[in-house]
Ligand binder design. Structure first.
Ligand SMILES: C[S@@+](CC[C@H](N)C(=O)[O-])C[C@H]1O[C@@H](n2cnc3c(N)ncnc32)[C@H](O)[C@@H]1O
Length: 280
């Protein structure tokens, strides 16, 4: 487990705060998807790449005390945050554990975690786009689900369609730099497009695909999503040498203009896939 620079978005306090806000803005879509997937009180749920545990806490509140939620994340700091939050909120049936989600199959095949499987539902939000080997994650999830168990994924496809209106060069360059930086770290900002084939290869029947495309004007609560994203990540792109400081400064000024009513941001499309583990 590590908190090192390998994970491209980082695991500092700025990212932790951003993830909390992001969870709040997207929790309506998450809860609706879990409901459609049949989440019930008493279910055993696996949160793959749980981060600081916001969705995992929401899941724990929904499955209640006769359920179980296991979160897995490679960041020691995020795992500690998730466990502290579970304790503070009185959710002892939620446990976050450190580990690489590309090793899920091995984790649940033997050792202490073997007793935690099988799961009724697995949730993977914005993690498959960051791992070099998403197939290993899908394989591990399929192995950890019971036959008939459901998988819900929220992740990106066509990320580069994120744009500002009116169009701004600063924004287009920052989006292109984001895509480059994720790919340079082994990620894929279009990973959702590869998932139907990966599901089929590992005994997961794809039941539903839909997309959530959000448009944010200044003053909308959703505007905080692109706004905090760029305020957190654009300086990191500059530090990585992917974005010029002048473009970063212009981008932040353009965001101010949108905040003041000058236009809107089309956010990156979030794809929702719901699948069922085949009974074999
Ligand atoms: C954008 S955050 C999303 C967190 C959470 N799923 C959510 O929706 O709030 C991506 C998370 O994936 C984790 N992550 C990235 N690569 C990983 C890997 N190979 N194994 C485990 N966790 C990983 C990061 O530490 C981070 O917490």
């Amino acid at each position: 487990m590590s908190d090192d620079a390998e994970y491209v978005l980082g695991t500092g306090d700025d990212e932790l705060q951003r993830l909390a806000l992001q969870n709040r803005l997207w929790s309506d879509a998450a809860v609706a998807a879990w409901r459609r997937a049949g989440l019930r009180a008493g279910d055993r749920v696996l949160d793959v790449g749980c981060g600081p545990g916001h969705a995992a806490c929401d899941l724990a509140q929904l499955v209640m005390g006769n359920g179980r939620v296991i979160g897995i994340d490679e960041s020691a700091g995020f795992v500690a945050h998730a466990n502290a939050m579970a304790e503070r909120r009185g959710l002892p049936w939620l446990t976050a554990l450190g580990g690489d989600v590309q090793g899920l199959a091995e984790m649940f095949a033997h050792g202490a975690l073997a007793a935690e499987a099988p799961f009724d539902l697995a949730y993977a939000r914005w993690v498959l786009c960051f791992v070099p080997d998403p197939e290993s994650v899908v394989r591990g999830i399929a192995a950890a689900l019971r036959p008939g168990g459901r998988l819900v994924v929220h992740d990106y496809f066509n990320y580069a369609s994120m744009t500002m209106a009116p169009k701004r060069d600063s924004h287009d360059r920052a989006v292109a730099a984001t895509v480059r930086s994720w790919r340079a770290h082994g990620g894929d900002p279009d990973v959702a497009g590869r998932l139907p084939a990966l599901f089929a290869a590992h005994g997961l029947r794809l039941d539903e695909v839909r997309t959530h495309v959000r448009v944010a004007r200044g003053g909308d609560t959703m505007f905080a999503w692109p706004d905090t994203w760029w305020r957190t990540y654009a300086p990191k792109l500059v530090a990585m040498g992917e974005l010029a400081q002048a473009d970063c400064d212009q981008l932040l000024a353009d965001l101010e203009a949108i905040q003041g009513g000058a236009g809107f941001v089309q956010c990156p499309p979030v794809y929702e896939l719901i699948a069922t583990k085949e009974e074999r």
